[in-house]
Design a protein around this ligand. Structure first.
Ligand code: DX5
Ligand code: ZN
Length: 215
């Protein structure tokens, strides 16, 4: 399988959201990446249900929703109803991860677990076979346009090793500071999905940039 690209709408133009959604629809992008922040788990607040529902209304591709919120399990049903196809929660934000992963799956969504840059991959040993996706943060979550943390390559290798050893089948997604320069290296290291916000939406030709990220 060739790698997937998920533009992060955090860097989209919210005054012309429909235009950016249509751009992603027409591009070679695979998923829409939507960042939900609560101002508690991360220092920033982004958007919630009205925006997700609006994206769902016009999007022709799956919605990959990344929750940066405390007690995410309180809202699983609401995110499913808003249109999330893939829902990811932070390892650092839940106590009963196994229960939460299965609760997301029981609602018919793909279940993802996200690790902050300092959280070791080894903590996933006993949950890796239950998840559809592991998202490795390659910046500290909260903002778009930050600098990529180089240690991410080592985490990808360790995660890849664990997936093979446990005969798990989850995808590896990388989020934060993805550029045209590091994208090929990330894919070579084992990344299956690349999220890109600033790189796509701050470029002169976002659709062509997505094309380059896919190449
Ligand atoms: C950061 C978010 C990212 C963000 C990535 O907390 O999870 O999805 O939008 O933005 P870039 O690609 O600009 O680093
Ligand atoms: Zn994200």
């Amino acid at each position: 399988m060739s790698h997937l690209v998920a533009p992060s709408l955090l860097s989209a133009d919210f005054g012309n959201l429909k235009k950016d959604i249509e751009m992603v629809n027409q591009s070679r992008a695979d998923w829409f990446h939507l960042d939900v922040m609560d101002g508690v788990f991360v220092p920033n607040i982004s958007f919630g249900f009205p925006i997700i529902k609006t994206v769902k209304k016009y999007a022709t591709k799956p919605l990959d929703v990344h929750l940066m919120i405390v007690q995410p399990e309180r809202y699983f049903k609401a995110f499913q109803e808003a249109g999330a196809d893939i829902l990811s929660i932070h390892y650092e934000a839940v106590t009963h991860l196994h229960r939460s992963v299965h609760a997301m799956k029981d609602l018919g969504m793909k279940a993802g677990v996200v690790l902050n840059p300092h959280t070791p991959v080894s903590l996933l040993e006993d949950i890796i076979q239950d998840v559809d996706l592991v998202l490795l943060m390659s910046v500290n979550p909260g903002y778009g346009g930050q600098q990529f943390i180089e240690n991410t390559y080592r985490k990808i290798s360790r995660l890849k090793e664990m997936i093979l050893q446990k005969q798990a089948s989850c995808l590896i997604e990388i989020d934060g500071g993805v550029t045209l320069d590091n994208a090929p290296k990330l894919v070579a290291a084992g990344a299956d999905v690349l999220v890109a916000g600033n790189t796509v939406f701050a470029s002169d030709n976002p659709q062509a940039t997505i094309e380059k990220l896919k190449a």
